[in-house]
Design a protein around this ligand. Structure first.
Ligand SMILES: [Fe+2]
Ligand SMILES: [Fe+2]
Length: 174
């Protein structure tokens, strides 16, 4: 058994094989490294430009909003598949909010329950699709504006993860 670490969220994972995705934040395989190779760059990014600071703050708001949407969709879903899909997406988006808060050097804001979804699976999938598209578009922009290597790394990883989420809803929408 080996101890792996995720270079995006820093969370540890025990397993024989390198996971295809971080089980916590969804980062792709290339970000999963052995503990002995882990380079700790998880915390506050020093000397953030005004642009990167504003972009990270906007991303944090977006992640919190998506965490609340998916938590709502999980609560209101009657079907097991829908409930678990939205539950796991909510946890991943919450992990993204943690990563961004750490980069900003601030405590993670509380994430309150909100009534911002329906109980209809197809409608929630369509809303998920809209939200993930928005995240990908904005993070692509933020990535192009970032000068700090860690900020570039975060937005690049997030674009890939949210793109995975987009295909999740695409496979299920009718
Ligand atoms: Fe991770
Ligand atoms: Fe996210």
């Amino acid at each position: 058994m080996k101890l792996w670490r995720c270079q995006i969220c820093g969370d540890p994972y025990l397993g024989e094989e390198r996971p295809k995705n971080c089980p916590f934040c969804g980062a792709h395989e290339r970000y999963m490294v052995l503990q002995s190779d882990f380079d700790n760059r998880i915390g506050k990014v020093e000397g953030l430009s005004e642009t990167s600071k504003a972009n990270l703050e906007a991303a944090l708001e977006l992640e919190i909003d998506n965490t609340r949407f998916y938590a709502c969709a999980a609560r209101k879903s009657a079907e097991d598949e829908a409930r678990n899909l939205f539950k796991t997406l909510s946890k991943i988006e919450s992990e993204h909010a943690s990563v961004i808060s750490k980069a900003l050097g601030i405590p993670k804001p509380p994430i309150e329950e909100a009534d911002i979804c329906t109980g209809d699976y197809q409608k929630n999938l369509a809303e998920s699709h809209r939200r993930e598209e928005r995240a990908i578009r904005r993070y692509g922009q933020f990535l192009s504006e970032a000068e700090e290597p860690r900020v570039q790394e975060i937005f690049s990883a997030l674009v890939a993860i949210e793109s995975d989420h987009l295909s999740l809803s695409e496979e299920r929408m009718r």
